[in-house]
Design a protein around this ligand. Structure first.
Ligand code: SF4
Ligand code: SF4
Length: 404
């Protein structure tokens, strides 16, 4: 509960030293970890007194990246990311309209209608054209449309920039009631980046097959897993949505789901079982199936940017690092492992300016290592750190090192 989590805080401020949104916001206390915990207190008290609508607090919680860097340094075991999630959930549950973010409502409405947050039509999801799958296999490759969506997020933000802050906020509120309007932004997709992302997905399939795996695929227009609905605190909607996705996965005959990004992996593995009664699918990340790959080292120095979901959650997951190290000389940024720094990606749709500042800072740290390439294992990190064509997906590096 929110009250229990904020009640542990001893106000030491250690968490502020690692929270990426604090410096990116110009040291706005309320967009830092300790400020979020203080705001959590305020919210609990205001709800108790029936005055939550009078608080101006929502940006504090919605701007949190849910990276969990704060938890790693907190002597009292407080997780300001969890505080932010609980606060967003409380705002939704108590229907505190004044504090609900219009972009959050827009994303949730579009996802419920189209089964992806941007209303991307299935006809444009053609990355797998010409690839062969084993449709009788009990293993199902599930992309969750995460790579596919990254070509569209920049387009939505361009529309927002053109409209200006006030108008785009108003438009988001309108789209929340009429989600089909979000499709206007899909014409703004980045076609060259889409080609790169499609190629990474194709490389994932080729790598898995080269390592001897057989698996099926749902086809164009796969459902998005609902990550944003959960993260934004719309838990009842998430329950309904997760059950819809689960039924689709089960109807395919799958017994094991091969995920290709850390967010989908984490959501299916750890959150779906709480919201889907009788959940009985095994969930793995595709890198776990690549041990049989014949990888030859390329003469190149790369820096690996770790996804927060792989290193800042309870269990660290290092298989991608092991594979990347086999493919090229690999260095790490000064902040890595349990001190990892987020790419800013989770803020991209709600706070694009803040997201860009976080990603610029992380990018500079990665470039300063002297590596010639930045390698990621997450399409959101890839999209946020793709600057000056220095950044590539792990699948592309591994394909170069093993499929020649
Ligand atoms: S590090 Fe923990 S105890 Fe200290 S201010 Fe942050 S949340 Fe509170
Ligand atoms: S989860 Fe990340 S962004 Fe959120 S408060 Fe903690 S360190 Fe800051």
């Amino acid at each position: 509960m929110l009250q229990d989590e904020v009640g542990k805080c001893i106000s030491c401020g250690f968490c502020e030293s690692v929270c990426p949104t604090l410096p990116a916001s110009g040291y706005d206390l309320w967009k830092g970890a300790r400020g979020r915990v203080i705001m959590g207190h305020e919210l609990v008290n205001a709800v108790r007194e029936g005055k939550a609508g009078q608080l101006d607090i929502s940006d504090s919680f919605y701007s949190c990246l849910d990276c969990f860097a704060c938890l790693q340094v907190c002597p009292a075991g407080v997780n300001a990311g969890v505080v932010s999630h609980l606060a967003r959930s409380l705002i939704v549950e108590r229907q505190i309209k004044e504090n609900q973010n219009p972009y959050a409502r827009m994303i949730v409405a579009a996802t419920m209608k189209y089964m992806n947050p941007l209303g991307v039509p299935a006809s444009s999801d053609n990355w797998a054209e010409g690839l062969k799958f084993d449709q009788d296999s009990p293993d199902l490759l599930y992309t969750g449309s995460m790579y596919q969506l990254m070509a569209y997020t920049g387009g939505l933000n361009r529309v927002r920039q053109m409209a200006g802050h006030r108008l785009s906020k108003m438009m988001a509120g309108i789209i929340a009631g009429h989600p089909s309007a979000i499709r206007v932004s899909t014409s703004q997709r980045d076609r060259s980046f889409q080609k790169q992302l499609n190629n990474s997905l194709r490389n994932i399939v080729r790598l898995l097959q080269a390592a001897g795996n057989h698996f099926s695929y749902l086809g164009p227009g796969e459902p998005y897993p609902g990550t944003f609905i959960y993260d934004l605190g719309y838990l009842e909607e998430f329950r309904e949505y997760a059950n819809r996705v689960y039924r689709m996965l089960k109807e395919s005959g799958a017994r094991r789901i091969i995920t290709v990004d850390p967010h989908t992996y984490d959501l299916l593995k750890h959150t779906y079982p709480e919201y889907v009664e009788g959940f009985d699918l095994d969930v793995i990340f595709y890198a776990d199936l690549l041990s049989g790959l014949n990888i030859s080292k390329i003469d190149r120095k790369v820096v690996y940017h770790e996804p927060c979901h792989f290193v800042l959650r309870e269990d660290s997951y290092s298989v991608p690092l092991t594979l990347i190290s086999r493919a090229a000389e690999t260095v790490m940024a000064p902040r890595n492992g349990k001190r990892n720094k987020c790419c800013g990606g989770p803020d991209e749709l709600i706070f694009p300016d803040l997201s860009e500042k976080v990603s610029n800072e992380r990018y500079s740290e990665l470039v300063a290592t002297g590596a010639s390439e930045i390698v990621t294992a997450c399409p959101i990190c890839l999209a946020n750190l793709s600057k000056e064509k220095k950044t590539r997906d792990m699948a592309d590096l591994l394909a170069e090192a093993s499929l020649r």
